[in-house]
Design a protein around this ligand. Sequence first.
Ligand code: B12
Length: 475
Amino acid sequence: MNILFVRVPLESCELLQYSTFTYFGEPTGLNYIAEAAAQRGHAVKIHDMYLDPSPEGLLTVVSDYGPDVVGFSSLIIGYDNVTLLSKMLKAICSKIKIVVGGPCTFMPSTLMMRDNPDIDYVIKGEGELAFARLCDFLASDTRSDFQEIDGLTYRVNGHVVENPKNRFIDAGTIAFPVNRYQPYEDYMKGSIITTVLGPPPMVFMEASRGCSFKCSFCGVSEPYRKRDPEKVVSELAQLKKKYSATRVIFADYSFTANRRHAEKICSLMIEKGLNMEWGCDTRVDCVSMPLLKLMRRAGCRIIFYGIESFSQQTLDKLNKGTQTSTIHEALRNTRKAGIQSLAYMMLGAPGETREMILKNAKTLNKCGVDYALWGIVRLFCGTPLFERAVKMGVAQRHSGEMGCLSGDIDQIPVFSKTLTYDELKDLEMHVTRHFYYRLGYVFRRLIRIRDGRELVRLVKQARFLFVNHVLRFYS
Ligand code: B12
């Protein structure tokens, strides 16, 4: 079968003609599924609409390549493009089978299928096994076996049927598709990750899959599985040799969720003299001083911490499972170990007032964090927080679902009862500006500059902040 994978752009197609993307890396997930399908003998091609967002570009690829199946990969933000593009493709060729996957499947699959008759299948979560099996079945026309495909949603006589997702890939079999890697050098210039870590070639590597924590705002529902450290490090070595990749972002939900596992990877990176600079996401309760020191020796330059809030009440309401004292300790230790930190912060959590948000921002500004990204607590349908909001009458199920399906971040409902969406947006801007435009912050960043490259990166970051925060605020 001819399979075309499409990474769906984030904003609406019309708008995209004018936007420049600086906020992404390679289509890691699609590379994995494409490799799995290719190994089963299917012909595969990836069309990345982050690089060419025009619908015309997609139409040209479709008419040249003639796919039997199109697999769309999308986040929830930008999901409206799945609706638009699937309609467009079905209009020109009704025989093409459309399969949807990726992080948008945090949303209930049945909802996605009922909303859009042009989608033939949705595959929830990780897609390697299910997608390849689906293509095998489509090729051999053994449709009655669809119920065997884990996590597949499909139609039987017009009715939407969802198979539960019970089986997860054995982490031992996951292998980075080294030959599919594309360094994306030109496109990642100015990206937030290159600002914090340095220029490409940069690779997104998984050391583990899934997450066992149960934060109420997140829709991930796959168990944590660790990959073999030897395999991870040997793949990194291959990528370095083949593509001169010197920077790595670990794409795990929490790289240090299992400390022993993280230690093993770091030790191997040191032992093999990998000499790569890297960053990872993790939680404050999954690090310790010895581990952080080891990570630094292994090349870790930045840790992205999901801090969310410095209020214990808010952390508990978000089911974060962390303590404020642990946050302070982790940030202090990270700094001492010589690693930079980025704090993901949330505002507008249940029960949060303006005063609490401002207090939170003040505490953050005193913590010595290097970067901060604030985001409003949004109610993604399919998450426990969404269900709670519906139960409490804070959000209407139908409008909440429609808000998510619209793919427009401004349409996704928020939890806050005390602050309006516009007030939250103003506060988001306010706390961000107050983080970056502090004399102490600027001074600290300046004295930490190690070389000319870092200075250039800092200037770029300042320009980015100026355009996005100062100009946007005053326009
Ligand atoms: C690294 C990362 C980034 C990087 C860029 C990544 C990139 N390559 O472009 C940076 C830091 C820039 C980033 C930015 C953002 N990110 Co981000 N990011 C991640 C992270 C940590 C890893 C992504 C990854 O490589 N995963 C590994 C691969 C193998 O998994 P995957 O892509 O999900 O693919 C698997 C399945 O989804 C599925 N699949 C994927 N596509 C398809 C298609 C088909 C047809 C099928 C059947 C299956 C399928 O199979 C794949 C293999 O098993 C994830 C969290 C996570 N651990 O996944 C968040 C995550 C993807 N990001 C998220 C968000 C919200 C964003 C931002 C919008 C944040 C913001 N406010 O700006 C931006 C958007 C950037 C963009 N342009 O896409 C959310 C998405 C939420 C959602 N449900 O939509 C996630 C899930 C984090 C979270 N828990 O909330 N991100």
